[in-house]
Design a protein around this ligand. Structure first.
Ligand code: ATP
Ligand code: MG
Length: 433
């Protein structure tokens, strides 16, 4: 137990009434009325009130009222039931220990209702995270990751970690960060794609990774980061991409059920209702029709941009649907490892409120077809030797998906900017803090 605290704010109850307790946290507010002063103290659970009387403890009174906001203190005192204060109990202090004084003025307010610019908030993220509604996002994020893990383990997936320093492009994309690796060049991994596929040749059968994507996306958008996190899943002995979609939609349902009762949601003014399964599956062809009916021009065969995705999202919203798949994309719109089906592919994207949150597919497991598709995509099979080798000595049919964690949090919580969903975002302009 900490020497600075016996109780958190929400642990004060009838049992503590009249007893000595020690509480600790940040000084959120001080109201000095001359002979009496009220201090609002904030800890990880919430806030509590400290009520100090000048006459009774002049030293303690003086110490408390002279504090700067956001200083860290530990207070020993008597807990007293008082129905007029926020959580029903106040502390009458006997002793105050100042653990850390906050400088003034603060770079940004914590409880003030003024709007703070995103950049100011991110420059002072440690302060920003003291705000209840910001902390709520990360508490929900934590629960999402925890429930995804819980679900995948129960389904027999094992957690793996694949290299983030790689020698060549995993998907032949151009958006890779180049780094110095001793005498050579290397890259930061844009996804664990090639490695999780190679693991399908090992007999692990079902793997998942919660890790990082590094993508040198040039453009600053509200839904792209240069460093993001994702849940990647790969599973073997599947019949087709439908088997993968079933795992993904059940994982989404499990996550929604786990978070739908969280009080943090009400702090954000959000309600989440678990979707009913199966989630709607919209074929790419149908999606194109929907988009054209919304008045947008789109050529068959091209990938959907954010406007097109939103158009489909609007149609689905009118139908009261927040989660849905778009399936069977044209082969050319998907990466080389995607299993062909005529000129289409066994692929899918999962959307939540008009935003892409996951992409997946059945993969090619035949070595020669894979090599052919690499070439057709303008890639050199020689760059993929180590990967291709895993397909030559027994590779079962397999498939999987990658789901962006920030994208999921953002779309579930209806946040406008993906930067809200990662502690210290990396974007085109931001490398600190
Ligand atoms: P988009 O088309 O939205 O740029 P993508 O199709 O290039 O994404 P994938 O390669 O399919 O992305 O990656 C799988 C998932 O990872 C995406 O569905 C998304 O949730 C997430 N993701 C991909 N790139 C980013 C990024 N730059 N920032 C945040 N999340 C990302
Ligand atoms: Mg995608």
């Amino acid at each position: 137990m900490s020497p600075y605290r016996t109780h958190y704010s929400k642990e004060l109850n009838q049992d503590s009434d009249g007893k000595e307790v020690v509480v600790a946290g940040w000084v959120e507010d001080i109201r000095n009325l001359g002979s009496i002063a009220f201090i609002i103290l904030r800890d990880r659970q919430g806030t509590l009130q400290i009520t100090t009387f000048k006459k009774e403890h002049p030293e303690v009174f003086k110490k408390l009222v002279s504090l700067s906001r956001e200083s860290v203190i530990s207070v020993r005192g008597i807990c007293r039931a008082n129905e007029k204060v926020r959580n029903g109990y106040e502390i009458i202090p006997k002793d105050v220990e100042i653990l850390s004084r906050a400088e003034t003025p603060l770079p940004m307010g914590i409880v003030d209702k003024v709007n703070v610019e995103m950049d100011t908030r991110l420059d002072n993220r440690f302060l920003d995270l003291r705000r209840e509604e910001v902390r709520a996002i990360f508490l929900i994020r934590d629960k999402i990751i925890d429930s995804a893990r819980e679900f995948l383990r129960k389904e027999g997936f094992i957690e793996v970690h694949t290299p983030k320093i790689i020698s060549s492009a995993s998907e032949g994309g151009t958006n890779l960060f180049r780094i110095k690796y001793f005498e050579r060049d290397a890259f930061l991994a844009q996804s664990p794609q090639l490695y999780k596929q190679m693991l399908m040749a090992t007999g692990f059968d079902r793997v998942y990774e919660i890790g990082w994507y590094f993508r040198a996306e040039e453009h600053n958008t509200r839904r792209h980061l240069n460093e993001s996190t994702a849940i990647d899943v790969e599973m073997a002995f599947i019949e087709n991409e439908e088997d993968v979609m079933k795992i993904l939609e059940r994982m989404i349902l499990h996550i929604c059920r786990k978070i739908e009762g969280m009080e943090e949601l009400s702090r954000l003014g959000i309600e989440i209702t678990a979707p009913s399964l199966p989630l709607p599956r919209i074929r790419y062809d149908e999606a194109i029709d929907m988009i054209r009916k919304k008045g947008l021009e789109i050529e068959w065969g091209s990938d959907l941009g954010s406007d097109e995705e939103r158009a489909v999202g609007d149609v689905m919203k009118e139908r009261g649907v927040s989660f849905y798949f778009i399936t069977k994309y044209p082969l050319d719109a998907k990466p080389f490892y995607t299993m062909p089906e005529g000129n289409l592919s066994r692929s899918f994207d999962l959307f939540c409120n008009g935003i892409e949150i996951a992409s997946g597919s059945q993969r090619i497991h035949d070595h020669d077809l894979l090599e052919k598709r690499l070439r057709e995509d303008g890639l050199d099979p020689d760059d993929f030797k180590a990967y291709l080798k895993a397909f030559r000595y027994g590779m079962p049919p397999h498939g999987g998906f990658g789901m962006g964690i920030e994208r999921l949090v953002m779309s579930l919580l209806n946040l406008k900017n993906i930067r809200e969903c990662i502690l210290f975002p990396r974007d085109r302009n931001r490398l600190t803090p």
